[in-house]
Design a binder for this molecule. Structure first.
Ligand SMILES: Cc1ncc(COP(=O)(O)O)c(C=O)c1O
Length: 441
């Protein structure tokens, strides 16, 4: 299988084939191809990256970037332009007739966004990636492209509450039906499919219950019924699982979380086959939910250390979960790395790490007693979100489900005594000592 990734610098573009076939001895060496850049008679070296042979950190640092950038800068220059000039009408016609790929207008993307898209495509071993201004706008972008009046989507019912809200409240206004089935129940998913079904959607792991979905089985249902599949892998990240390798059609990440990783930006990304994503990209050109070059500079910088950070998030998640599991005040711990998690076996078979998010419940506690534990932590900050360098703690009932009825919360599995802890990259001993004192406060 081969894939084309566009590398752009200085307003010009060149297409570089990225070979995803099994690595060979020569493929392991860092190859430099000499590729002519349109409008530039002197060929210049650009990188050829080999996702299947280079390690994740190497990809994080180098994939998607020009080897030689403007003025020899090692980092991608921030292109602040909202529009891009043509030297002549003939050059414009070349572009309009598709002979010369390049930038045109900021709403269709910018060089900084393109470079990060190529990096993210490499990390997920995808043909293409499209960046959005947030994870939610990535989801909305795909749904608005894929669905029309009287179409249906089927969701597993454990999911980020805003995804559920968008489908139930907003898609419904356009005549789209959303069917929710119990998370992980593949028979229920298959039974819910009709000839109007256009998309099957799940998170893996789910937020906040951390349920792993059997990705092979999920992809298989999609293939059997000819329906596209989407996995929101925000909590797993490409460091821990690559849903496309399991035959899933689209993978979504809120890059606000681990990919950006510093609690300082919002972004979302959709990865998949180029032919599937082309219409989605065209829709993004209408919606305009793109990223500023400055935001993309931050994301590219954050991604350089993504693999290193994920190793620490995975270690901290496991250490904190193991500590909580044996604590007398803790009733239940949801963490895929623990054999006690109902979907541990699925996760162990398809994931290489279990992430930094740990959900747990306090024994015999009402919501107020639970909030006292939250308030007593000294390192973790009380905030929504997850996946950044700073540990965050929240009580889902208060943070996200306060305005839901008790019945709805029960239906979504949100209990009053539940706490969600997003391990940052601090030292696990400190996080554990802090949780220990908070639990005894
Ligand atoms: C699993 C999951 N998907 C999507 C989103 C939405 O991402 P964003 O906040 O970047 O819009 C979130 C946000 O918390 C999430 O947890």
């Amino acid at each position: 299988m081969s894939l084309n990734v566009d590398f752009r610098a200085n307003g010009s573009a060149d297409s570089v084939g990225v070979d995803l076939s099994e690595p060979t001895a020569t493929a392991k060496a860092c190859e430099i191809q000499r590729v002519g850049i349109p409008g530039d008679s002197s060929p210049r070296p650009v990188p050829v990256t080999h996702p299947s042979s280079y390690g994740l950190s190497t990809q994080c640092v180098h994939a998607g970037e020009h080897r030689q950038k403007a003025d020899g800068a090692i980092t991608t220059p921030i292109h602040t332009a909202s529009t891009f000039t043509f030297s002549s009408t003939d050059e414009l016609i070349d572009f309009v007739e598709g002979r010369h790929e390049r930038e045109e207008y900021g709403r269709y993307g910018c060089p900084n966004e393109k470079s990060v898209e190529a990096k993210l495509a490499a990390l997920d071993r995808a043909e293409d990636a499209i960046l959005y201004s947030s994870g939610m706008s990535a989801l909305v972008g795909l749904l608005m492209t894929s669905l029309g009046q009287d179409d249906e989507i089927v969701f597993f019912d454990q999911c980020y509450h805003r995804s559920r809200q968008f489908c139930a409240q907003h898609l419904a206004r356009f005549g789209v039906r959303t069917i929710q089935v119990p998370t992980g129940d593949m028979d229920a998913m298959a039974a819910a499919i009709t000839d109007r079904t256009k998309l099957l959607v799940s998170e893996s792991p789910t937020n906040p219950h951390l349920t792993a979905i059997d990705l092979d089985a999920f992809a298989d249902i999609g293939r059997r019924f000819g329906v596209k599949t989407l996995i929101d892998a925000t909590l797993a990240t490409p460091a821990n699982v690559r849903p496309l390798d399991h035959g899933i059609d689209f993978v979504l990440h809120s890059a606000t979380k681990y990919l950006g990783g510093h609690n300082d930006l919002l972004a979302g990304v959709l990865c998949g086959r180029k032919e599937d994503l082309d219409p989605v990209r065209a829709m993004r050109g209408c919606l305009g939910n793109i990223n500023s070059p400055h935001n993309m500079y931050l994301l590219e910088r954050g991604l350089k250390t993504f693999d290193l950070r994920m190793q620490r998030h995975n270690e901290n998640g496991m250490a904190v979960a193991q500590f909580l599991q044996q604590h007398p005040r803790v009733d239940r711990v949801f963490y895929l790395g623990l054999p006690s998690h109902p979907t541990h076996a699925i996760a162990a078979a398809q994931m290489s790490g279990f992430g930094g998010l740990v959900t747990f419940t306090i024994k015999d506690a009402d919501w107020r007693q639970t909030s006292r534990v939250v308030d007593a932590t000294r390192i973790a900050r009380i905030a929504p979100s997850l996946g950044g360098t700073e540990s965050l703690i929240e009580q889902p009932y208060v943070m996200s489900y306060y305005h839901y009825t008790a019945d709805q919360r029960r239906q979504f599995g949100i209990t009053d005594n539940m706490i969600r802890f997003s391990c940052g990259i601090e030292n696990s001993d400190d996080l554990i000592a802090d949780l220990d004192q908070a639990l005894s406060a």
